[in-house]
Design a protein around this ligand. Structure first.
Ligand SMILES: Cc1cc2nc3c(=O)[nH]c(=O)nc-3n(C[C@H](O)[C@H](O)[C@H](O)COP(=O)(O)O)c2cc1C
Length: 143
């Protein structure tokens, strides 16, 4: 079955905290590694932006499990397509928090792909979301 990627955004439940994020990441790392899923989860301003890549059936199953989670709501699929190759091969899932304390190079990437200095994926196109996360990945993995 062909390799696909899915990008969606969702809104965090009020009061979500460090232990929720830690739990999400612990489960994601284990489940995604088993399912051959790779990707990234950005979190900032109460919004999640996630990319999942892998086998189409596995990406669908994972997405449908995630959207049942009460720690977020109102998911919107931004993009779903077949891909030639993975873009996040080294991460079963990686959390990137985009709050006030982010370094300048990450701030510059937010501005590069959106009209605001603040992380606002609901204002971004599918291409902008993808390239933003891809350049973040490059920043982390290539240094
Ligand atoms: C924003 C968000 C992203 C998540 N991403 C993943 C993910 O990539 N993989 C995953 O297995 N679970 C993810 N989860 C957690 C799932 O919703 C669910 O709690 C978990 O998969 C259950 O795992 P378990 O059946 O092993 O207990 C995410 C949850 C949220 C709120």
């Amino acid at each position: 079955m062909s390799l696909h990627r899915l990008i969606y955004l969702s809104y965090a439940r009020a009061g979500i905290g460090y232990s929720d994020l830690r739990d999400i990441m612990d489960k994601s790392e284990v489940n995604n590694a088993q399912a051959g899923i790779t990707g990234m989860l950005c979190y900032g301003n109460g919004i999640f932006l996630q990319i999942l890549e892998g086998n189409r059936k596995m990406v669908n199953q994972t997405y449908h499990r995630i959207v049942q989670d009460h720690r977020h709501h109102s998911p919107e699929i931004i993009d779903f397509r077949a891909i030639q190759a993975r873009n996040f091969p080294e991460w079963s899932m990686k959390l990137v928090q985009l709050d006030d304390k982010i370094p300048d190079n990450v701030k510059s990437l937010i501005l590069k792909f959106s009209d605001f200095h603040t992380f606002s994926p609901e204002q971004m196109t599918a291409d902008q979301c993808f390239h933003f996360m891809k350049e973040l990945y490059d920043l982390f993995t290539l240094g």
